[in-house]
Ligand binder design. Sequence first.
Ligand code: NAP
Length: 387
Amino acid sequence: MSLRVVPTISRFRACRNNPISRPHLKIASARTSSYTVALHPTPHRAAPHPTPTMAPIPKTMSGIVIDEPGGVEALKWKTDIPVPELKEGDVLIKNEFIGVNYIDTYFRTGLYKAPLPLITGREAAGTVVAAHPSVTDFKEGDRVTYLDHHAYAQLTAVAASKVLRLPDGLASDLAAASMLQGLTALTLIREAAGIGSNLGVSEGPWALVHAAAGGVGSQLVQMLAARGVKVIGTAGSADKCELARKLGAKWVVNSRDGDLVGRVKEITSGNGVDVIFDGVGKATFDSDLEMVARKGTVVMFGNASGPVPPVDLLKLGAKNIKLMRPTLFNYLVTREELETNTNELFDLLLSGKVTVDVHKVYPLKEVGQAHSDLEGRKTTGKLLLKP
Ligand SMILES: NC(=O)c1ccc[n+]([C@@H]2O[C@H](COP(=O)([O-])OP(=O)(O)OC[C@H]3O[C@@H](n4cnc5c(N)ncnc54)[C@H](OP(=O)(O)O)[C@@H]3O)[C@@H](O)[C@H]2O)c1
């Protein structure tokens, strides 16, 4: 099932407080603000949330625990996990929707290290159900989203400094579906590739986006196309290619058909592309160096096919190539960076300029299936978990 989550302008205008007309993510005197309106996840239907009545916090909760790294069998469903205690500055969030990201598979396999046992999961959206007495910015009932750790559970304790209030009109499924991958696309385009928003539509540079129908890829394609960049998308099936085209890639190449390098050279009249966004990694890195134009940039940002082995830097000199290996979390270190980028993303979502295709919402208990589908290249867009 593919659920298209698109906030329409009419949905957005139905809100009492227009989020575009105010800095909706600034945290300020939230204890005095009221818990107002959110739109129902079903497109075109606005339903006011009732004032929440908070149930007592339980002592234990359900969630997914990794005791030892491994395959999907390492993701253990447990029903007796102690509810995390709040430290100074923390809020406790009841997760409504949890985003699945490729990075979750790296923590599961042990490619990325974390202390064990581990509750993985880097993003979710939900409701604040408790706050440490030191927290003045959030109160029970606030609709929020976050990028942090330990999201694969019913409840997650998060430092308030990493929590963002959801603007009216932004449903929690859309927030959980867009935060990590949308912010990755936004920061990679602006910070890593240095592509601004004021390019002439016909003058834009060439960009190649690998896995253009995937989570990050589909966001990259839309944001690049909106900036006037000439986008070539690669994808692993005819259906995925069609989706990438609909999202804004004027040229698409099926990556399983062979001779990607030849096709890209042909499309760009032999010059190659100015920038390559590559989340595939090991399988595509060598061909990136062939497809990038002289003085071009390769933004290598992921390991879906495995991490890129150590690189011989002398290879870059052949075309004066700029090579980067950025991570989202190092672009969002300060509160200002987090708020500025998230505000921009929320505006893109609420105005409908960027949409998110949700491939499927899996019960949290079935997260193993979600990981298998993602690693098996069976998905497009976003995978969500429902606790
Ligand atoms: N650096 C950062 O801060 C950052 C942040 C977010 C994500 N990422 C990275 O971005 C990449 C995409 O993440 P995502 O969550 O959006 O996943 P995704 O793109 O939805 O899924 C991965 C896609 O990669 C393609 N792929 C090509 N070869 C593959 C292989 N051998 N194994 C698996 N997949 C392969 C597949 O698309 P096709 O079938 O169309 O080829 C697959 O659907 C990941 O590498 C992730 O680690 C990095």
